[in-house]
Design a protein around this ligand. Structure first.
Ligand SMILES: [Zn+2]
Ligand SMILES: [Zn+2]
Length: 435
């Protein structure tokens, strides 16, 4: 077992790979300088990507199949900034190998993925003033990043944005006349400004600065109403997390993309494991911690940063050019102050543990992915076509078919008595599942 004491001595350490003394990170028994750490991270990430792209066992994979569309979820965290840069570098390296002449050491296989990025804005989170301005700045930085990505290779990263409020749209479109039918699910950001997706009502906006967030005030109002009705900040965060994931699912379906990369690293996964357990979502931990998980509709979610802690990724960001991170991440890298919730307490707990025992988060991540819910057996015995998935969070559930899972029932219990009906109205338990 490694301890934090190791490596804090005054003796000069040098990179295990190249003997440079400009070491930026120590991992287990190895030390890395900037270029070697960048190479190490890029290599591990690519390995995970190819694992993700490999045809499923038992199917005949075509070696030269067309590149598959993959949606990258971007949430503004340093982890997600690292994720898009790792994806870009994987793509650039893939293009170099593909174009390398015969006789070179590469296998010349085409890179199997085409990436798009989706940003889900949380315009009302924490109710802090100035959020909208900061989000617009961030969107502009992301746009600049996509231009930088285009310069780095032939690659393109189409950029989409949505607001968490929009996740309520599906539930309002039938019953609530107050909803404007101009609400797009997702908008496409381009250099010229913002374009709505085809088949959605047109949104004419000339620049990032003139986009109004969220896109629809009545949805915003409904979301705030619901959130206010929840008892605690813990439930509120959980509710938002589920709403965001539901929205990602809807967007992936609209864009006809069935593979999604999540910006989750070992540290955030370990925090999630404890948080979910304390919220009564223990039986759902395994599917939320594994490298890949598949939804009922066949969308595959992958966590390609499962090999990295947030410190690893922060060190990776240090190795990148300013153009790759400008305006998106504070390189001095202070942890964000979070609202008081179980999530935050788990976060503090794990960060402190990690300081003393550097193997903490990688161990927890491995344990989490191995937890068995036992639900697979139960589901195997269910009638064909029935689903033991929660109506709201869509995760495995040990409650009767077509109901809320134990974790989501909290939302109902916690909601203010006046708001319970509102909640039921939003998420009708007897609704037929969407096809
Ligand atoms: Zn080195
Ligand atoms: Zn649920």
């Amino acid at each position: 077992m490694e301890t934090a004491a190791e490596g804090r001595g005054t003796s000069v350490t040098s990179c295990s790979e190249c003997d440079s003394q400009d070491v930026i990170i120590k991992k287990a028994r190895k030390s890395y300088c900037r270029p070697c750490w960048k190479h190490h991270c890029d290599f591990r990430f690519r390995k995970r990507l190819f694992e993700f792209g490999r045809p499923a066992k038992g199917t005949v994979g075509e070696v030269f199949r067309p590149a598959e569309d993959v949606l990258i979820c971007y949430d503004g965290s340093p982890t997600s900034v690292a994720l898009i840069n790792l994806a870009l570098n994987a793509l650039v390296l893939g293009n170099i190998q593909e174009n390398a002449g015969p006789g070179t050491n590469s296998n010349n296989l085409p890179f199997p993925f085409k990436f798009s990025i989706v940003v889900i804005l949380e315009s009302e989170l924490n109710g802090s003033p100035g959020v909208e301005g900061r989000q617009k700045k961030h969107l502009q930085s992301l746009l600049n990043w996509t231009k930088h990505a285009e310069k780095s290779g032939t690659s393109q990263f189409p950029l989409f944005a949505s607001c968490v409020e929009v996740s309520l749209k599906e539930y309002h479109s039938e019953n609530d006349g107050s909803m404007s039918n101009k609400t797009p699910l997702v908008i496409k950001l381009t250099e010229e400004g913002i374009l709505s997706q085809e088949s959605e009502p047109e949104v004419q906006i000339s620049s990032v600065n003139s986009v109004s967030l969220p896109f629809n005030e009545s949805l915003d109002h409904h979301l705030m109403e619901l959130r206010k009705s929840l008892k605690g900040k813990t439930e509120d965060k959980d509710f938002l997390a589920v709403s965001k994931r539901n929205l990602v699912q809807q967007i992936a379906e609209q864009l006809k993309i069935s593979k999604v990369l999540l910006p989750e690293d070992q540290t955030s996964l370990a925090v999630k494991m404890f948080t979910m357990m304390s919220l009564g979502r223990g039986s759902q931990v395994a599917e939320e911690m594994s490298f890949t998980s598949t939804t009922e509709n066949g969308t595959v979610y992958a966590r390609p940063l499962i090999d990295f802690s947030d410190d690893d990724l922060r060190a990776y960001l240090e190795t990148l050019s300013d153009e790759s991170t400008d305006g998106m991440v504070n390189k001095s890298g202070k942890r964000k102050l979070k609202i008081d919730s179980v999530d935050r307490q788990c976060d503090d707990f794990i960060i402190n543990l990690q300081k003393g025992y550097p193997a903490t988060v990688s161990t927890l991540t491995r344990i989490g992915a191995k937890l068995q819910s036992g639900l697979e057996d139960v589901m195997a015995n269910d009638a064909k076509g029935s689903s033991r998935r929660c109506k709201f969070c869509k995760r495995q559930s040990d409650t009767p078919i077509d109901a809320f899972c134990y974790g989501c029932q909290h939302f109902l219990y916690d909601a203010h008595p006046d708001k319970k009906e509102h909640f039921r109205h939003l998420f009708p338990l007897n609704a037929s599942s969407n096809s």
